[in-house]
Design a protein. Structure first.
Lengths: 178, 178
């Protein structure tokens, strides 16, 4: 996909609707990726994102050690790959090879962009104070990319187990006047 | 709406797809409500939710003082009311009256359930350690309610400014076998 740079001030638009994202890490030349739904915006400027990554996940080690990751936003096109990535551990296999995902170099971090995802957020860990208690990381988005060809991304939204809500249409809702 | 009790172990299903929610508070017999999108699940058992509420919001005072709130989940049916509630301050008006929202008594907290919302989560503040730095509250869901008549809730998902994505269809996505 031909990506263009996306303004950091608009990153919240990509995330606050709650899409499943894929967190990519790289550590000692080994890359990994895992799906995640427990994330929230925390600040507009600089854009801060908070998310929970269990210390039972293989990615927890690389994220903690390198303090870098890329939050990639997939669409229905690779939904099976997303779910599959959550079903196996990066400790045992190379998920990029197994699920035919294409890593591309990021601009500011060593973790890879996933080419098949329509948006990619390069992140650095900004606050680890809630990691011990909740496995909750606060990261700063330092560079964002988007595929301008994707107008209404059919993001997937987890509803428990194998159930996913696919993004419906986007409408304008205005406040009532009176 | 005729609500039934909803298992706390399944609360995550209601929230992780990223719906706009309405946070209700009650303080000294004054009720208020505001929409919010910056929330995430943080733990399954007990269900913990983290969310950002700016200290510029009127609700920040009541939430901090009472350590209680109800997270109500609306659908497209009251989308205009939801947006309107985010456009005015509870310091000046009674939003329940102005926007014809019906407060109902909760079982475990003083903040009200919003009857027009298909699900309601009664919450108590569990951790304030990130409030000063990020206005980030961690709350525990102590009681949950749902309208069993609502099968595929058309939740609304904020995409910035006046843009909202309406929940599309829910499908099963299974991992690839091989």
């Amino acid at each position: 996909m031909a990506k263009r740079s996306f303004p950091l001030s608009k990153v919240y638009i990509l995330l606050e609707s709650g899409p499943v994202v894929m967190v990519a890490t790289a550590w000692a030349s080994k890359m990994n990726v895992m799906p995640m739904s427990w994330h929230t915006m925390m600040e507009f400027k600089p854009p801060l994102i908070g998310f929970v990554m269990s210390d039972q996940n293989y990615s927890f080690g690389p994220l903690t050690a390198t303090k870098e990751c890329v939050i990639n936003i997939p669409t229905i096109k690779i939904a099976e790959e997303v779910v599959s990535c959550g079903n196996v551990s990066g400790a045992r296999i190379n998920k990029f090879e197994k699920f035919h995902l294409t890593p591309k170099p990021a601009a500011k971090v060593k973790a890879p962009l996933i080419d098949e995802c329509y948006a990619n957020l390069e992140c650095r860990v900004a606050d680890k104070s809630m990691v011990e208690k909740y496995c909750f990381f606060v990261v700063e988005v330092v560079k964002a990319w988007i595929d301008p060809a994707v107008k209404d991304p059919l993001t997937i939204h987890h509803m428990g187990k194998e159930d996913f809500m696919i993004a419906g249409k986007t409408i304008k809702i205005k406040p009532k006047m009176n």
